[in-house]
Structure formats: structure tokens, C-alpha cells
Design a protein around this ligand. Sequence first.
Ligand code: GLC
Length: 421
Amino acid sequence: MTEDRVGWFTEARFGLFVHWGLYSLAARHEWVKQREKLSDADYQRYFDHFRADRFDARKWARDAKAAGMRYAVLTTKHHDGFCLWDSALTDYKSTNTPAGRDVVAEFVEAFRAEGLRIGLYHSLLDWHHPDFTIDGWHPQWDDRADLGELNAGRDMDRYLAYLHCQVRELVTAYQPDLLWFDFSYDDDHRVTVGKGAADWRADKLVGLVRELSPHTLINDRLGLSGSEDFATAEEASPDTAMGAVPWEACRTLNGSWGYAPGFQQWLDAGQVVRILVDSVSKGGNLLLNVGPDGRGAFEPQARELLAEVGAWTELHGDAIHGAGAAPEFTAPRDTRLTRSGNRLFVHVFGWQAGTLVLAGLAERVRYASFLHDGAEVECSVVDEEGNLPHLQNAGPPGSLVVHLPTRRPDVLLPVIELILT
Ligand code: GLC
């Protein structure tokens, strides 16, 4: 891994995850086949009715760009095995549904046209392929009287040839900026029989990608430690910066990756902005998911949320894109710090304190203003006794004290920019 290859990724900071597939028609989570133990025959009805008549990749791309996102990752195939591109290796693909469209091709073209980088999510699991052996996460796991019998005739070597050849197809056709493999579960305490790096022949897969497209970044879910360009964190962020490895938090908007109107635990735009800032302040990215509906559209609530987030990133992008952690400074309580060169950004999560005390910064700050409108912000310096004119015990001597105006600015998250000497 070299800095150059991964540079665009850590600059970008904010991306769109798109989970779309047959499960979007079931509209109750992308694991519906497994959760409800559906057979291939049960699941066929979604294939037969996949029309994609409201799918417009240019609209998705415009929404993502307006939100301030710089890259997007689409599911080429999820665990259900349905392929969203015109793979020569299977009939189980979007071009054979009533939609008759190559979703991946349209996605790649539209997002690149908007200047976004593209990533391809690819499931290592496959609950449709006849050679993928039944394991603890497979929808048919509960049917087993005898696992040997159930897996008789299933040949993982043939499945692996399929998996590797499909990855070859995708990488050759699109030279993606990143590949997002999902996932390894040989050490998952919830399943007795899992699969991991050896089952995927992950070393060969990585070698293949590196050879065909050296610039393509690979995530950490092949289970092959040392092969990853970036780490992933799901529905959570680490407590502190994760050292030198670039990382990305991926989050759902409402608890489901695939379209699921029954899941109503929506984040609001303010939470999304705080999650984004929190990630960047720890040196990470945020990959925010939208699950388009069964016809291919982003639902209104998701679009509104992206637009609101975009109104914030439009004014505050400098504190996100190309910015990172500022470990040399201590963030005042209820704030996060991000830094870009000599610009230090204080993201003020709470407004109640009245002042923000930045230890050791009195000598280092030349100018302070709000990032959204450039309005100067009043600052003072704690004296040798630790006091301010109207406040005793204000903080350690030599601290910079930022005075917050009484009225909190009307933005999702106010940011104060400090210019460092
Ligand atoms: C999990 C789930 C999956 C989802 C992914 C996103 O591994 O299996 O449904 O696509 O996480 O991070």
C-alpha cells in the first residue's frame, strides 16, 4: 500500500453506499432470503418482477454529489447471488429480468460523469449458486439432517472459479477505484460452520486484483490480514483514531441496508453530520448507505436527508474533504477537531458552555471565524493565574478561549475555523 494509491480515499472522506437488488422488492431487509428461509423458488418472484423502471443512475449520482459525497460503492452481487451486471458466467442477472438493464454499467458511467470515484461491493457468499456449500449463514442451514448429505454434489472449487472469474470480469471492465468484499465469518461465534480467507482463496483473489488493476483499493473483509488498503467499521465508529490504517465507517440510514420501509429508525441530518465529523476527527471516512426502492428510486426521506446534509457540506466542506485528525491538540468537551494544513476546525456539538478552552493554543492562533459565513469570533487568552477578566478558573494559563455568541448559528453543526501560525 502506498500513500498515492490511497490518497484520493482519505481526501474524499464521504461516500455513498448503495444496496440494491432483488431484496429491494421484498422490502424487508437484504437478508430476507436467509431470515425467512426462502427457497430459490420462493425468491424467484422478485427476479420475475425486477423492472427497475424508476432507476436513473444520473439522479443517484447528482444526489450523492449534492450531499458532498466524493465516491460511491454499489452492490454488484449481494449474498442472494443476484448479479447487477451482464456477467457472462450466469443467467441470474439483471439483464435477464424484465428490466433488461446492466445496472453496474449505468452506475459506473453516471457516477464517473459527475466526477465521483466508484467502488464495487461484491459478496463472497452466494445463496443461489449450486456449488456454494451450505454453512451456518445459509438460508438452508436449518434443513440439514446431515450436512454431508445436503452438501453432496456441491463443489466449492467450482464456486471459487465462478467467484474469481466474476471479480476478473468486473475489474477488467471497470477498473474500479475500490473493491468492497463482504464478508468472512470463520470466526463468527454465531455460526458453527463459517467461511474465511482460505475458503475464498483470498490470497489468489487479491493477487488477481493487484495484477489486473494495481490502483484498486481493497477492504478488509476477505479475512486476510495485511491484504487490506483500508479497514471497515459497521454501524459504529472506533473510539479513537485507528493508527495508520485508513478506515471507513459504514452506516445505514434506518437500520437496513436494503430498502425496508418497515424500518423506521431514521437518523436525522444532524446526526449524519456529527457521525461524518466524528469519523474525520479520528482519521476515518463515512460511507452512508441508501437502499433504493423496488423500482430503483431513492425514497423521499433519503433524498431530503442527503439534501440537508449537502447544505451543510457545501459550507463546511473544507473541514471534511482533505481534512483529518488533529492529534496534537486536545478537543474541548463536546467538540471534535479536524485539521487541514494550518486550518484547525472546531466542530461544536454542544453550545451550552459559552466558551471553548483550547489548551496551549493562545500563541498559535492568528484568527478565528465561523466557517459557514466567515464571521469573526471573539477570543481571549487565559492569564498566568488561570483567569479571564470575568471568569476565574477559566483554564490552564496560555489557553485560547473562544467566546461563543449567545445565539447558535442556524446550521446543522457550527464550525469555528482557527488559522494557525
Ligand atoms: C454485512 C451484511 C450485509 C451488508 C454489509 C454492509 O456484512 O451481511 O447485508 O451488506 O454488512 O456493511
